[in-house]
Design a protein around this ligand. Structure first.
Ligand SMILES: [Zn+2]
Length: 292
């Protein structure tokens, strides 16, 4: 039986042991009962050290075939080329750093580094019986991740898809104008509504506050627009939605906007599905990818 480690650095640091496609022991930092900590403020060395320690704990002395780790940003050939929401990781040769740290613990195995949303897409493919199907997933958090399985060559930073030509739309973490993340991302929402948290904006929208309602519609239209762009490039299909802000999604409204944007008959029939506890699925995906 294959036994691998899955790692996910997204909001928190998650490490789990995965046997075939079943998740066993998991460690998380900060834990649910611990104070909130923004990973941005944690130096890269401290992140690596925490991962190393957690791997040693969940492994519990047992054999391990491989380690797969998902990080936000553009990841190529084991290196984190760019990570707007975890800037301290930019330029890091993470595969090398993690391999070296693990070898110090006597663990000399293949280490695979990937985009966190791609890990989630692979996990959805592995656990929902679709390894041969095209899987696309939006991860809605501080940043907007886009995961795709099977993994394709390329960058796939669809969270930075341009969804508006309005030059005032400048809230994206990467600094680009008109980006999806600049409307839908948490950081961007806080910059737009300086006096309200994202939860409060959506609560106010439900109670009919005009400014909040208008924004909630824009938020859904932006996500529909980026999805429509993906449909026009790769065709219709199932789009999963995950992450802490998946709760804000009104699937009916999103579908309605998408239908307004996609009119060609062969491209119709896409659907949205919301995924809860996506970190579990992403840990499985990271582990499964590391075996390929
Ligand atoms: Zn951007």
């Amino acid at each position: 039986m294959a036994r691998s480690i899955g790692v996910l650095v997204s909001g928190r640091i998650w490490v789990g042991v995965v046997e075939d496609t079943t998740l066993g022991a998991v460690r998380v930092y900060p834990g649910e009962e611990q104070d909130h900590l923004d990973l941005k403020s944690l130096p890269a060395d401290a992140i690596i050290e925490r991962i190393r320690q957690f791997i040693s704990e969940v492994r519990d002395g047992g054999p391990i075939d491989s380690v797969g780790a998902g990080f936000p940003g553009i990841i190529r050939d084991g290196m984190i080329e760019e990570s707007p929401n975890l800037g301290q990781l930019k330029g890091l040769r993470m595969r090398e750093r993690l391999s070296t740290a693990l070898r110090a613990d006597g663990l000399d195995v293949k280490v695979c580094i990937m985009n966190d949303a791609d890990a989630l897409a692979a996990g959805l493919a592995a656990t929902r019986g679709g390894l041969d199907r095209l899987i696309r997933v939006w991860y809605l958090g501080d940043g907007i991740g886009f995961g795709r399985h099977p993994h394709g060559e390329g960058v796939w930073e669809a969270g930075h898809t341009v969804v508006t030509l309005d030059p005032r739309e400048r809230f994206c973490g990467c600094g680009g104008l008109g980006h999806l993340e600049g409307i839908v991302g948490n950081r961007a929402m806080r910059l737009r509504f300086l006096d309200m948290e994202p939860e409060e904006i959506f609560a106010a929208a439900r109670h009919g506050d005009p400014r909040a309602s208008e924004f909630a519609n824009l938020w859904h239209r932006a996500l529909a627009a980026a999805t429509a762009n993906s449909v026009h490039i790769e065709g219709a299909g199932r789009f999963y939605i995950a992450g802490p802000n998946a709760d804000f999604v009104d699937p009916g409204l999103l579908n309605e906007y998408l239908q307004d944007m996609v009119k060609m008959t062969p491209l119709q029939g896409s659907l949205f599905e919301i995924v809860r506890t996506s970190h579990d699925v992403a840990l499985i995906g990271a582990a499964v990818c590391s075996r390929m």
